[in-house]
Design a protein around this ligand. Structure first.
Ligand SMILES: [Fe+2]
Ligand SMILES: [Fe+2]
Length: 264
């Protein structure tokens, strides 16, 4: 439920450092390629934002109130005076987190097996695109001379705030369903974190190592995950998608920039 706000702030953070590109990069061809990869990133996040806003509207109609929206809006308002590179560092942090979740989803079909088919497709489509652009904000941050300390500080803060937001909203959703204090809910939480990955559970086991990898000095998003997985998923579901836009190569890796639109 927090995604549309998050995705808007990712887009804003990338746009916010545009003026620094001219200052840091003298090579015209490099600037053009970089801006094309940023345009692809923005196109993907804007599409996610659009689709997740529709999803949130459905949840709202079912009586689920977006409790964290106001908190996040106030927070983003406070950050407006921050240096744009700090906001970009926060985007790098969230992008790392979404890339980890995407890897789990794409690698482990059991993690999404119990989902309603349309929701499963939404999440796996989102996972595919997050994997495609996972290094864009990071490479931009590095290219514009972003500091290691700022990168790590933003990560610590972002992970704390995200867990807090998710905890508050999930508690609210469970209360709305009358399920907050049920023993079965506690059990489901325990298995979600500590259960067996082969059953799509045990997120602690599946995510701790990649979460810690971000602290390494020589960390790069392409060190993690299996690059073949998003390709395999995209090919397997080629008939479900219409690639609506292809830009330059993202400049940094294996994927071309593309936004996939569902055809069905
Ligand atoms: Fe996204
Ligand atoms: Fe993203």
């Amino acid at each position: 439920m927090t995604f549309p706000l998050g995705e808007q702030s990712f887009i804003d953070s990338v746009k916010g450092v545009d003026y620094l590109i001219d200052q840091h990069i003298s090579n015209e061809a490099e600037r053009v390629e970089l801006r094309a990869s940023l345009a692809d990133f923005i196109a993907q996040e804007a599409t996610h934002r659009h689709i997740h806003t529709q999803f949130n509207a459905v949840l709202q109609a079912q009586g689920f109130e977006n409790r964290v929206e106001e908190r996040i809006n106030k927070r983003l308002e406070r950050y407006r005076n921050e240096h744009p590179m700090n906001l970009l560092a926060a985007t790098c942090a969230y992008e790392h987190y979404t890339a980890i979740l995407s890897d789990v989803m794409l690698k482990n079909p059991a993690a999404s097996e119990t989902m309603q088919p349309m929701m499963r497709r939404l999440w796996l489509w989102h996972a595919l695109e997050e994997t495609e652009h996972k290094a864009v904000a990071f490479d931009l941050y590095k290219r514009l001379g972003g500091h290691e300390r700022g990168r790590i500080a933003a990560y610590l803060l972002a992970m704390f705030l995200m867990q807090l937001d998710a905890f508050l909203q999930t508690s609210h959703n469970l209360r709305r369903d009358g399920a907050l204090w049920k023993p079965s809910t506690l059990w489901s939480m325990l298995t979600f974190y500590l259960g067996r990955p082969s059953r799509g559970n045990g997120w602690i086991w599946m995510t701790t190592r990649p979460l810690l990898a971000y602290f390494k000095r020589d960390f790069h998003p392409h060190q993690l995950g299996d690059a073949a997985l998003p390709h395999a998923y995209a090919n397997e579901h080629a008939q479900d998608w219409r690639v609506v836009r292809t830009g330059s190569s993202q400049g940094l890796g294996h994927h071309s920039g593309a936004t996939h639109h569902q055809t069905a």
